[in-house]
Write a protein that binds this ligand. Structure first.
Ligand code: PHE
Length: 455
């Protein structure tokens, strides 16, 4: 990717990204996160290995990319926050509701995301003090449960994590988000490759590699499809306004199709490398691959405890987890901050303080619901599960659906073509633009609806 300078969006006087590389790392930073390191490997584990990966890739590139273009189109065309965008593109209409849903979606995700981000700080601290290698195996089994259910420590780390996020967002797009993601993303890729190389060269790793790359379609059910689509939305950061918001800071000369495709490639590649970092080691140490969400925080520490050089690798791994979570949470906070700043005419700093304070409270509820508040249930769910389920099962898909409906039916073909081709200056094959519009208008809404109804 060339580091060509994009012309600043200038006209609106808004802060903006300064280069194509800056846009790419910010988008990839949002996409690569806990979803790749924590969710993807265990979903692969539970859903038949390579068969799941195959279905996932099909969803990402056929269905989700056009949804990503749609968010990109809305953001870049309007150069506004998720709510303001619809006031510009569909004045006097009720479409602003998509913006409100996007803000709520980001709110739900960050509320549990920053808690898990906080866990990664605790585990990084444990790795640095060689806690995994010193403790007994039984210790490692109870370590996670004891930690997340304790009242104070997870809260403290949640606050620290939010603070780190807020510090980057306060500095703005150019000086904060672009600057930090540019430093962090290359490092992230480099480090995960190091861990993957160590993992695949372990004795007995072969079985894990076969598991990842040899499809077992007998395990594929309708639920597998649901999980794969849900994961694709979550992992690409679709359906919660982050792409719309980032796109509003992107220059009119940027190639939307290329930028979105590169983001999807980076995100998927990272997820597969993360799979290679985790699965072969899991098999080499004779652990079941379908361990579920505990994979990263319970299984991996056990593996690090036994592996040669495991102490060091544990530090690297939990550092990766922290950075990946941070670059995603930054994008989530920015959705809310841009909205508060522009719609309520606030200074950026004020918007960050107010936005973070909301997350502080919701995150504390999510964190405490692992322990002292575990009996408090809304619709039969603890706060943590409620935020997770609301976002994954409702907001992400609903926003995704509304976005494609808006772009496909309200914005219309001429505007979509105009954005995709930068007013005709980019020469894209006709079959490609036609097919993309067809997917945005018919295929994507129909598929999302089916999934929503039967899921
Ligand atoms: N894509 C992030 C991940 O994979 C999660 C995320 C979702 C971030 C939505 C921003 C918006 O972890």
């Amino acid at each position: 990717m060339s580091a060509k300078k994009s012309q600043s969006s200038g006209v609106t006087g808004r802060d903006s990204f300064t280069s194509s590389f800056g846009v790419l790392v910010a988008l990839a930073g949002s996409a690569v996160g806990l979803g790749n390191l924590w969710r993807f490997p265990y979903l692969v584990g539970e859903n038949g290995g390579a068969a799941f990966i195959f279905i996932y890739i099909v969803f990402v590139f056929i269905l989700c990319l056009p949804i990503m273009y749609s968010e990109f189109i809305i953001g870049r065309r309007s150069q506004k926050n998720v709510f303001g965008a619809f006031k510009v593109l569909a004045p006097g209409s009720k479409w602003g509701i998509v913006g409100i849903f996007s803000v709520l979606s980001a709110l739900c995700i960050l509320s549990f995301y920053s808690v898990v981000g906080g866990w990664s700080i605790e585990y990084l601290a444990k790795a640095i003090t060689f806690d995994f290698t010193r403790g007994s195996e039984a210790n490692l089994d109870t370590m996670f449960g004891d930690f997340v259910s304790s009242p104070i420590k997870p809260l403290v780390w949640h606050v620290v994590f939010l603070l780190l996020t807020a510090l980057v967002v306060i500095a703005g797009i150019k000086k904060g988000i672009e600057r930090y993601t540019k430093m962090m993303m290359p490092l992230l890729f480099l480090m995960i490759i190091v861990i993957a190389v160590r993992s695949v060269t372990l004795e007995g790793a072969k079985e894990g590699i076969t598991y990842l790359f040899k499809p077992d379609f007998s395990k594929v059910t309708f639920d597998t499809l649901l999980s794969a689509l849900g994961q694709a939305f979550f992992s690409l950061s679709i359906g919660c306004g982050t792409i719309m918001t980032y796109a509003s800071y992107v220059s009119k000369s940027e190639n939307i199709v290329k930028m979105s495709a590169l983001t999807a490639v980076a995100d998927t590649t990272f997820a597969i490398i993360a799979g290679c970092a985790i699965m072969p080691a899991v098999f080499a140490f004779g652990i079941s691959p379908g361990e579920g969400p505990g994979l990263v925080f319970i299984t991996l520490p056990k593996i690090f405890a036994q592996m040669p050089l495991g102490g060091i690798l544990a530090i690297v791994f939990f550092f990766i987890l922290l950075i990946a979570a941070l670059t995603s949470s930054i994008s989530l906070l920015e959705v809310v901050v841009a909205y508060l700043k522009e719609e309520f005419k606030m200074k950026r700093t004020t918007a960050v303080i107010i936005g973070s304070s909301i997350f502080l409270v919701t995150g504390c509820l999510a964190s405490l619901s692992m322990g002292v508040l575990s009996d408090v249930k809304i619709f039969g769910k603890t706060f943590f599960d409620l935020f997770d389920t609301l976002s994954s099962d409702f907001f992400l898909t609903t926003c995704g659906l509304l976005v494609v409906l808006f772009v496909g039916w309200r914005l219309g073909k001429a505007n979509v073509m105009d954005e995709l081709t930068n007013s005709g200056t980019l020469k894209l094959p006709k079959w490609f633009t036609e097919m993309t519009f067809f997917i945005i208008r018919f295929v994507a809404p129909a598929t999302i609806l089916v999934i929503m109804i039967f899921g």
